[in-house]
Design a protein. Structure first.
Ligand SMILES: Cc1ncc(COP(=O)(O)O)c(C=O)c1O
Length: 353
């Protein structure tokens, strides 16, 4: 329908008078509380505040933190499972590498960072949940220079994981369709290897994939090699049972894919499901050429999504395969506590009660 546009005072560049007034402290707090009605955010640590808050209305990041206005921050995650922080150490190692590549100067050691996350989890009170934390250049102004930032900041939040999609079916057991992302460029290698807060291209990758009938999106480089997905690494099983995943040059050093490779070599070779594990470049044409029997995406410690079709072409026989099924089972058994896994991968949270 043709819209007619009537010029008003705003579009002419003048204003009619103030429409927003200054809020009192009590009003601002009450509005923050009303915007944070949903349950789930249980505790947040802020080095800027020097402590933990449990009121979601107070879980705020300073507007002038370089994280907010320049994306000058890095982040990572881990899983709170049965009162233990699962694989926090490996995630913190990656956070420290990301911070160093992003040239964020700070004085925290790995032990300091683990302590701040553990303290937050302990105040959150829940035994199972999700953990996210950020190491940022910190607040201090709005210029691109971090010299104006007084101190690096660390923020951590513990929350109840939101159900995926909410469709009722579990895409990890039923499989997902995928699509090659063609219009969203890949990140340059430096940015792709830092887990930074520059995730605009990752978000656009996901959105374009959905537009094309996929789920998370698959990035393929100019020479036809598979890179990664928006927030997941990609793995393949060849028809002759070789587990293959692309090398980590120019993609994120995934923590889940590394655990999956270990589990594949220690368990699946013995079980006869695969013959070997290799980190070698994979051409997208190997999948369309029917040289691949299974493909899956993995990330976030315990998520593994079998890809049953890619660009509308079935992968393998178009069903969830035995390797993906078995690896997901092993990942979940380890993370959700059926007694195997390295003790160092489970940091016990000291709860108050
Ligand atoms: C771009 C990208 N690739 C891969 C991954 C998977 O990494 P991880 O297994 O450590 O979650 C992520 C995780 O967020 C990611 O952002």
């Amino acid at each position: 329908m043709l819209q007619t546009h009537t010029p008003n005072a705003h579009s002419l560049g003048s204003v009619t008078g103030p429409t927003h007034r200054v809020l009192s402290e009590a009003e601002a707090l009450s509005r923050l509380r009303s915007k944070r009605g949903q349950p789930g955010y249980l505790a947040m640590f802020s080095s800027w505040l020097g402590g933990i808050v449990t009121d979601p209305a107070l879980m705020q990041i300073p507007l002038d933190d370089h994280l907010v206005h320049r994306g000058h921050g890095v982040f990572d995650t881990c899983t709170l499972s049965g009162g233990h922080l699962y694989r926090l150490g490996i995630h913190i190692d990656r956070l420290l590498t990301s911070a160093s590549l992003a040239r964020i100067e700070h004085s925290w050691t790995k032990a300091d960072l683990i302590q701040m996350v553990t303290d937050t989890a302990s105040q959150a009170g829940i035994k199972d949940g999700a953990v996210r934390y950020w190491l940022t250049a910190g607040p201090g102004g709005f210029s691109p220079s971090p010299q104006e930032c007084d101190e690096a900041c660390f923020y951590c939040v513990i929350f109840d994981p939101m159900p995926l999609g909410g469709t009722g079916s579990n895409p990890m057991s039923s499989g997902i369709p995928e699509a090659t992302v063609l219009d969203t460029p890949m990140k340059p290698p430096l940015l792709a290897t830092i887990k930074s807060n520059n995730y605009l291209l990752n978000v656009l990758t996901h959105m374009e994939a959905v537009d094309r009938g996929g789920t998370f999106g698959v990035l393929v480089d100019d020479t036809g090699y598979v890179a990664e997905s928006c927030v997941l690494n990609v793995a393949f099983i060849t028809r002759d049972k070789v587990f293959r995943t692309p090398p980590f040059d120019g993609i994120l050093l995934g923590t889940t894919i590394r655990r999956v490779m270990d589990l594949a070599s220690t368990n699946l070779v013995q079980e006869g499901l695969i013959s070997s594990v290799a980190q070698s470049p994979v051409l997208a044409s190997e999948v369309s050429g029917d040289l691949i029997s299974e493909m899956f995406l993995c990330g976030g410690d315990t998520h593994l999504f079998p890809v049953t079709s890619w660009d509308q072409i079935p992968v393998g026989d178009g069903e969830v395969g035995p390797v993906a099924t078995r690896l997901l089972e092993l990942l979940e058994q380890e993370a959700f506590g059926t007694g195997f896994g390295e003790a160092a991968d489970f940091i016990e949270v000291p709860y108050a009660d």
